[in-house]
Design a protein around this ligand. Structure first.
Ligand code: FAD
Ligand code: DHB
Length: 391
């Protein structure tokens, strides 16, 4: 097969890149290792930044958000006996939207199918070739067991943290940075109306808790648990009891309403960045180049910001044989990546119990400042609601 851009990975980065390229008149083929149904069902992120929503709307992908998303002015930050609202709109002039990654994924698949764009699911043995030339290729075995090759002008590695693109970068000149955290999140999706109008981020001596949501009838909640936690040790009653304690059930009359748990899983934490995000004709975007711990909801938004830069860069490269934007891509994208790495690390460090009582006092001092000072609150608001793309 021949196309302009071979895209590896049909997650949000890959499918949105394919959509943005099509808007520039550039063809692409997406290769995905999983089945379509598997990719569609993955439960992941839930919050879109202002700049992500603006971008999606500008390319005709805002219909689902407008119909089924929920605009939030801010978040609640709390610790025992105190809950404070941080109003992003008045502090930073921007809001965020509750819109699940599963919903965005469905919108992207529907738009791709309507436009007849090609996504090849259930590919195995994906490999990248000739990245130093101007005719790179991607090979794989298709679902029928037949060997396939896609020849393209460039390859976009949108294959997440376990895909082959990150590893296809030569060791020479490659730098990586990482940080592990001694805790994870236990996440649940529950068929019950949210007990809050906007998200609650809760510091608690037993560990952090987060009350998020997906719709008027579906809640998404998380608990800090130690790394290596076995989900079997957390029956539903234990989860709801811990959430009630940490989120402050009974505090000032507030009540957490439990309900049937539809899904639960443990999500490990890691910060990771690989630089550069480009080698020859291979360009990395999204989780293939970086991961953030989930506190602050940056992962999906960073993937969107990467491809918003990458699409025009690839279009100029392929259509106009002009490599200026492609040459600048890695450095430009990494500026926002490190800003988001910082914010995610900062939110994580401020809210998760480390076991050290000195840390706990520092966290409470920081929480009091962030919620009491307009400057402190505005810093959180600006970063959470998202900086403009290209910042
Ligand atoms: P992915 O969504 O990982 O997509 C990569 C795709 O590449 C996948 O479909 C994968 O199957 C495919 N692929 C992998 N290997 C190959 C191969 N060899 N050949 C072909 N295809 C391949 N972020 C937030 O902002 N908030 C959250 O609450 C949040 N929760 C999360 C919960 C979980 C359990 C996980 C795993 C992530 C979460 N994230 C969250 C992060 C967010 O989901 C990611 O940052 C986002 O999915 C990145 O999109 P992506 O397209 O770069 O990567
Ligand atoms: C969600 C996840 C996050 O990491 C976060 O900070 C806020 C919300 C969510 O899944 O809804």
């Amino acid at each position: 097969m021949r196309t302009d851009i071979a895209i590896i990975g049909a997650g949000p980065a890959g499918l949105l890149l394919s959509h943005l390229l099509a808007a520039e008149g550039i063809e692409s083929i997406v290769v995905e290792s999983r089945a379509r149904e598997y990719v569609a069902a993955r439960i992941r992120a839930g919050i879109l930044e202002d700049s992500s929503v603006r971008l999606l709307r500008s390319v005709g992908l805002g219909g689902g958000i407008d119909a089924r998303g929920f605009e939030h002015r801010g978040i609640y930050l709390q610790w025992p006996w105190e809950r404070h609202h941080i109003d992003f709109v008045s502090l930073a002039g921007r809001s965020v939207w509750v819109y699940g990654q599963t919903q965005l994924q469905a919108d992207l698949v529907a738009a791709g199918e309507a436009a007849g764009r090609q996504v090849i699911y259930e590919a195995s043995g994906t490999a990248l070739h000739d990245l130093d030339s101007d005719h790179p290729s991607v090979t794989f075995t298709d679902a029928a067991g037949l060997p396939q090759r896609i020849e393209a002008a460039a390859v976009a590695g949108c294959d997440g943290k376990f895909g082959p693109s990150r590893a296809a970068m030569p060791d020479e000149g490659r730098e990586t940075w990482e940080r592990d955290y001694p805790y994870s999140w236990l996440g649940i999706l529950a068929d019950v109306a949210p007990s809050t109008d906007e998200l609650i981020y809760a510091w608690h001596p037993d560990g952090f808790a987060l009350h998020s949501m997906r719709s008027a009838t579906v809640s998404r909640l998380y608990l800090q648990v130690p790394s290596g936690t076995d989900i079997a040790d957390w029956p539903d009653d234990r989860i709801w009891d811990a959430l009630a304690t940490r989120l402050g059930h009974g505090q000032d009359g507030w009540q957490l309403t439990p309900g049937p748990i539809a899904e639960k899983s443990v999500l490990p934490f890691r910060s990771f960045v690989q630089s550069p995000m480009r080698h020859g004709r291979l360009f990395l975007a999204g989780d293939s180049a970086h991961t953030v711990p989930p506190t602050g909801a940056k992962g999906l938004n960073l993937a969107i910001a990467d491809v918003a830069l990458l699409a025009p860069a690839l279009a100029r490269l392929v259509r106009d044989k002009d490599s200026a934007l492609a040459d600048a891509y890695s450095a430009t994208a990494l500026r926002r990546v490190w800003r988001s790495e910082y914010f995610s690390w900062w939110m994580t460090s401020m809210l998760h119990i480390s076991g050290d009582p000195f840390d706990a006092q520092l966290q409470l001092a920081q929480l009091r400042w962030v919620t009491a000072s307009t400057a402190g609150a505005a810093g959180l608001a600006e970063n959470y609601a998202g900086l403009p793309i290209g910042f």
